[in-house]
Design a protein around this ligand. Structure first.
Ligand code: ATP
Ligand code: MG
Length: 445
């Protein structure tokens, strides 16, 4: 993409309404624009990041054997009356009437709808286990929408639902989700810690929230510092292997890590004092096993091997896809702007032309731009007729991890400059070597 043709409405001033750095930077970098309280348009740069996050979520869900689908945002109230949640959900549910005066709602989550799909189509234990998921807009009429996309009213969420014959199978689904989430967040360059959480109105005994440590987080968390040394890495997982998934779960959840809702001072006291930490965290996902609550309420049963009708065991599992865009910035920025991890960057590298209009420099930039695209990469070429300082400031603000700077002086010696946004370190090399290096970096992402 050529910056001169792109839509990147960068703001010079720091927006006064934004209280936290990710919100400020998303507005300044032209990623989002508020449409009304807690509801945002995703401008091209923000949309690209959202798609990258969503892409990783899909890949890891599919790797875990989960099946993608899509349900509507508007639902009839009837199913929610059947489950009892139409009245229980309260003011966070946006209720709408259609022209026939029928009660509708904008989905805050989709347990009812997916259970309805299941009960109408699945009748035998032979069709289990089954896990389906979607990435879809949700609406919750939050009392205090704030922090930009971190606590919106409309937000983009991955929600997945497992259906299993037995509790044991459903707990395997729970473990499988935990493992796949660890991998998902790590691919985005984030350390999200599974913490024992409160199951709230959904109910059930098993639930973990995934939290990213950040000063601006809304949750208070308590943990054993050893937990931050754990990494998932590139281990091979067979998601059908119950024992293997269980072992990973135990590895990542055996140390003390809880949100304030489940915090227990006596238990925490057993952690050696030097390792006890309390901090703030951003919730980027949550997994639940809730048994037969919905399947019983809605009559989602299957015939088991002995011919008995049994209610299926279920769980639901969410990832805050749009919240992650903000959370990623909270975890990756400096005074000059965003620093995207390679896995989610909107463009792979920036190309800066230091002397726009100089035919040799323009030619070298065009060749570099074409060579990067030929390698399957998406460069952003700053071809505007702007001062070098302004180009650097924009590139730093929008946070592309790699920048190639092309100027007449370097070209005289046959070199361009490759700069890491994260470390600020630069290295001179031939344009071909710069393309190779960038391609190599992304080959491993
Ligand atoms: P919270 O405690 O932050 O209100 P929740 O526990 O009600 O969230 P879940 O039902 O677990 O949310 O939804 C799954 C994920 O969706 C959350 O982990 C979070 O990342 C994201 N999410 C929930 N509410 C919002 C919101 N208002 N804006 C943006 N993302 C949200
Ligand atoms: Mg939650």
């Amino acid at each position: 993409m050529r910056l001169s043709r792109y839509f990147l409405p960068v703001l010079k001033e720091t927006p006064a309404e934004a209280q936290i750095v990710s919100h400020r930077l998303m507005l300044r970098a032209g990623m989002i624009k508020q449409a009304s309280a807690g509801i945002y348009s995703w401008l091209p740069l923000g949309f690209k990041v959202l798609r990258k996050i969503e892409g990783i979520v899909h890949e890891e869900q599919i790797r875990a054997g989960h099946i993608p689908m899509l349900m509507p945002t508007l639902q009839s109230a009837d199913l929610w009356r059947e489950s009892g949640r139409y009245d229980a959900y309260g003011a966070e549910m946006l209720r709408i009437k259609d022209r026939h005066e029928r009660d509708m709602l904008y989905t805050p989550t989709a347990e009812e709808l997916i259970t309805d799909i299941f009960r109408d189509n699945v009748s035998s234990y032979r069709d289990l286990p089954l896990t389906m998921y979607q990435v879809q807009w949700k609406f919750r009429d939050e009392i205090r929408p704030r922090f930009g996309v971190m606590r919106g009213r409309e937000f983009y969420m991955k929600d997945g639902y497992n259906f299993d014959l037995t509790k044991e199978d459903a707990l395997h689904a729970y473990n499988r989700h935990l493992v796949s989430y660890l991998r998902t967040y790590e691919r985005m360059g984030l350390q999200a810690i599974p913490m024992r959480a409160d199951s709230g109105p959904i109910g059930g005994d098993y639930t973990h929230e995934f939290l990213i440590l950040a000063e601006t987080g809304e949750s208070e968390v308590f943990y054993d510092s050893e937990i931050t040394d754990l990494t998932f890495g590139d281990r091979e997982i067979n998601y059908d292997d119950h024992a293997q998934c269980q072992a990973v779960l135990e590895e990542f959840t055996s140390r003390y890590a809880r949100t304030d809702e489940t915090h227990d001072e006596a238990e925490f006291g057993k952690v050696p004092e030097a390792r006890r930490r309390s901090a703030r965290g951003i919730e980027v996902g949550q997994i639940f096993y809730f048994g037969t609550t919905y399947s019983e309420a809605l009559g989602a049963t299957v015939q088991d091997a002995d011919g008995n009708q049994v209610a299926v065991h279920m769980g639901s599992h969410g990832i805050g896809v749009s919240r992650l865009a903000g959370a990623l910035i909270e975890a990756n920025h400096d005074d000059n702007g965003i620093i995207w991890p390679e896995g989610v960057t909107p463009f792979h590298a920036g190309v800066i032309n230091l002397r726009q209009g100089d035919s040799a420099t323009d030619g070298a930039c065009e060749a570099l731009y074409a060579a990067l695209k030929k390698r399957g990469l998406e460069p952003l070429y700053d071809d505007r007729d702007e001062r070098a300082g302004a180009k650097f400031a924009t590139m730093d603000l929008i946070g592309l991890p790699w920048r190639v700077t092309v100027g007449p002086r370097g070209l005289g010696n046959g070199v361009v400059e490759l700069t890491s946004r994260r470390t600020g370190e630069s290295e001179e090399m031939s344009p071909e070597a710069a393309v190779d290096r960038i391609a190599q970096i992304y080959a491993g992402v």
